[in-house]
Design a protein around this ligand. Structure first.
Ligand SMILES: NC(=O)C1=CN([C@@H]2O[C@H](COP(=O)(O)OP(=O)(O)OC[C@H]3O[C@@H](n4cnc5c(N)ncnc54)[C@H](O)[C@@H]3O)[C@@H](O)[C@H]2O)[C@@H](O)CC1
Ligand SMILES: [K+]
Length: 519
C-alpha cells in the first residue's frame, strides 16, 4: 500500500486543480460520495440519527457533502459547525450553503453553530442525542494541538460510546506521524482520500483510525506518480516476491557464504543467535569469527555454522590484530554481519573501523558496530560496500546525537533523513520498524508484536538480513525481507504465547515463517 505525506497530498490536490483543471469542488464531491459508500456499508443507517460535526476547513466541507447525501437518503442529520457560518469559505462554504438551502425541505434535520463554550454548553444534550457521529472537524490541515471547544467536543464524542466515522483522518491525529495532538477522535471507521496517510498506520494513530478505506477522488495517475518518494506498507506478496525460488539442482554454494563477526565474554549468545538465525534463513554457509578463547564455549552453541578463532583483546573481545585474518576470511564471502555482542574495547572499536574501511561485501551493522560508528560518524563516508544499519531507538539517538524521545517522536523523518544523508539503508527498530532507503523511500513494517520486546531479538534480525544478503538479494530487498519475516516469525509465535517466547524460539521458528510467507 502506498502512503503519502500531508505535503504530498496537498501538492497532488493543488496540481490536480491548477494544472489538470479538475475543480476542487469536484474533488470534494468525489470525496464525500466515496465516503458515503463506506459509511453505508459500515453502519446501519435505518432510522439512525446522524450528527455531522464539522470544522471550518475543507474537512468540514467533506462532512457537508456526506450530510447532503444522507439527507437525500432520508436520514435525519444534525450539522454542528464548530465555528460561525461566515468563517466557512471556498468549496466548504459552497457545500455548507447547499445544506442551508436543503434544510427547508428536511424538517428533521438541523444546523447548529458552536462558536464558543457557552454555545457548546447550551447544545451538549442535543449533540449527544445521536446514534452516529461523522467526524469532519480536522483533516490534513491540523496544525496545532487541539484545545478549547474542539477538545471538549472530541472528548464528548469519545466518551459517548456512540458509533464514529471519521472523514479523512480522526480529528486530532497528526497525519504524518500518527501522534495524538492533545486529544483525538477514536473512530470505528475512517474513509481517507486518494492515498492512506502515515498517521493512519503509525501508532497511536492506527488505534484511532478503526477500519480504513481509501476512496478514489480522481487524482490522475501521473500527478500521483510525480510525488515520489513514497512511504509503503508492504503486503505479504510484496515480500514473497523478493525471495527467489530455489533451483531444483541448487547446492549450498548457491546460497552464499556469510561471515559473522560477533561475541565477547558475557555476550556469546548474541553471536550464536545471529549465526544460527542466518542458517535458518537460508544462507548456504555461515562462518562465525569469535575471540579465540571463546571457541570452546561457542562451538557447542552453533552446530551448523563454522567457527574461526580470531585474535582477542586483553579483556576478551575481538582485537585489531585480527584484521589480516578477517581480510582473508572475507575473500570468498558474499556478505558480512558485524557487531552483535562485540563489546566496546578500544581494540575492538579499532578493528570495526578498519573493517568498515576495507570491506567490499554488503554488510549489516548492529549493536557495538553501531556504537563504533556513533563515535566516528564520518567513517560511513569511507565505506565502499552497501551498508545496512539496524539501530534500536537508543542506538539511533547515539548515531544522531539526539535523545531517544526525539527519535521516537519523529521516527519516520529521522530514518529517512539519515538514510538519505549517509547513503545507507537504515532499519529503525521498535514497534513498526521502519526501513529507509537512500532514495528517500520508507517502508513501515506491519509485522511484529510486543512479545518480541526482549533481549536477543536484534541479533536474530541481523542474522536474517545478512542471510538474505548472502543469498544475493539486493541490500534494499534483504533489509525489507529480513525485517518483515522477523516480525512474522514473532507473530506466529504470539499465536500460542502472548509473550515469554525467546530469541532462540524465534531462530527455531524462522523456517515456519518462511513457509507461511511463501505458501
Ligand atoms: N482540494 C482539496 O484540497 C481537498 C481536500 N479535502 C479535504 O480537505 C481536508 C484538508 O482541508 P484543510 O486544508 O482546509 O484543513 P482542515 O479542514 O483539516 O482544517 C483546517 C482548519 O482548521 C484550523 N485548524 C487547524 N488546526 C487547528 C487546531 N489545532 N485548533 C483549531 N483550529 C485548527 C485551520 O486554521 C483551518 O481553518 C482534507 O483532510 C480532506 O478532508 C477533500 O475534500 C479532497 C479535496
Ligand atoms: K476528520
Amino acid at each position: 500500500m502506498i502512503i503519502v505525506t500531508t505535503r504530498q497530498m496537498q501538492q497532488m490536490d493543488k496540481n490536480t486543480i491548477e494544472s489538470f483543471g479538475i475543480p476542487g469542488r469536484v474533488l470534494m464531491e468525489n470525496a464525500g460520495r466515496g465516503a458515503i459508500e463506506m459509511l453505508s456499508e459500515h453502519f446501519d443507517l435505518e432510522g439512525a440519527r446522524v450528527a455531522v460535526v464539522a470544522g471550518r476547513g475543507n474537512n468540514g466541507g467533506d462532512g457537508f457533502v456526506i450530510g447532503r447525501y444522507l439527507m437525500e437518503m432520508g436520514v435525519s442529520v444534525s450539522f454542528f459547525l464548530l465555528s460561525t457560518r461566515d468563517r466557512v469559505q471556498g468549496d466548504a462554504g459552497a457545500n455548507m450553503d447547499l445544506i442551508l438551502d436543503l434544510l427547508a425541505e428536511h424538517a428533521l434535520s438541523q444546523f447548529i453553530e458552536i462558536p464558543d463554550k457557552d454555545a457548546l454548553e447550551a447544545v451538549t444534550e442535543i449533540l449527544l442525542d445521536h446514534d452516529l457521529f461523522v467526524d469532519a472537524i480536522f483533516g490534513t490541515g491540523l496544525n496545532a494541538d487541539v484545545r478549547g471547544i474542539y477538545r471538549d467536543v472530541i472528548e464528548l464524542i469519545n466518551d459517548s460510546d456512540k458509533a464514529v466515522f471519521s472523514v479523512d483522518i480522526p480529528s486530532g491525529i497528526n497525519a504524518d506521524t500518527g501522534a495524538v495532538c492533545g486529544v483525538a477522535i477514536r473512530a470505528d471507521a475512517t474513509a481517507t482520500f486518494a492515498f492512506a496517510k502515515a498517521g493512519h498506520i503509525l501508532y497511536p494513530g492506527n488505534f484511532h483510525t478503526g477500519d480504513l478505506e481509501v476512496v478514489d477522488i480522481g487524482i490522475p495517475g501521473h500527478i500521483a506518480k510525480a510525488q515520489s518518494p513514497h512511504i509503503f506498507l508492504p503486503e505479504p506478496h510484496d515480500i514473497a516476491g523478493l525471495i527467489p525460488a530455489r533451483a531444483f539442482n541448487a547446492h549450498k554454494g548457491s546460497f552464499g557464504h556469510l561471515l559473522v563477526l560477533a561475541g565477547s565474554p558475557g555476550k556469546t549468545g548474541a553471536a550464536a543467535l545471529c549465526a544460527n538465525a542466518a542458517m535458518r534463513s537460508g544462507a548456504g554457509l555461515v562462518t562465525l569469527g569469535v575471540p579465540e578463547k571463546l571457541m570452546p564455549v561457542m562451538e557447542p552453541m552453533v552446530v551448523e555454522p563454522m567457527t574461526t578463532a580470531l585474535a582477542q583483546t586483553s579483556s576478551g573481545g575481538l582485537d585489531a590484530a585480527a584484521l589480516d585474518d578477517i581480510i582473508t576470511l572475507l575473500a570468498d564471502k558474499a556478505a558480512l554481519a558485524l557487531g552483535p555482542g562485540m563489546g566496546t574495547d578500544s581494540g575492538t572499536q579499532e578493528l570495526i573501523k578498519s573493517i568498515l574501511a576495507i570491506a567490499s561485501v554488503p554488510m549489516v551493522i548492529d549493536a557495538d558496530g553501531l556504537n563504533c560508528i556513533a563515535k566516528n560518524p564520518d567513517i560511513l563516508a569511507t565505506v565502499k560496500a552497501p551498508v545496512i544499519l539496524t539501530p534500536h531507538p537508543g542506538e539511533m539517538a547515539r548515531l544522531t546525537g539526539k535523545t531517544t524521545a526525539d527519535i521516537q517522536q519523529n521516527r519516520m523523518e529521522t530514518a529517512r533523513n539519515f538514510a538519505e544523508k549517509q547513503k545507507v539503508i537504515l532499519v529503525l527498530k521498535g514497534a513498526q520498524t521502519l526501513v529507509a532507503y537512500p532514495d528517500g523511500a520508507v517502508f513501515i513494517c506491519p509485522t511484529g508484536n510486543p512479545g518480541m520486546a526482549c533481549g536477543g531479538m536484534g541479533d536474530v534480525l541481523t542474522g536474517m538480513i545478512a542471510a538474505f544478503l548472502a543469498q544475493d538479494l539486493s541490500p534494499e530487498s534483504a533489509a525489507l525481507a529480513g525485517v518483515y519475516l522477523h516480525g512474522l516469525c514473532g507473530d506466529l509465535l504470539a499465536e500460542d504465547h502472548a509473550f515469554g517466547f525467546s530469541a532462540s524460539d524465534m531462530v527455531a521458528g524462522i523456517p515456519q515463517a518462511l513457509t507461511t510467507l511463501l505458501s
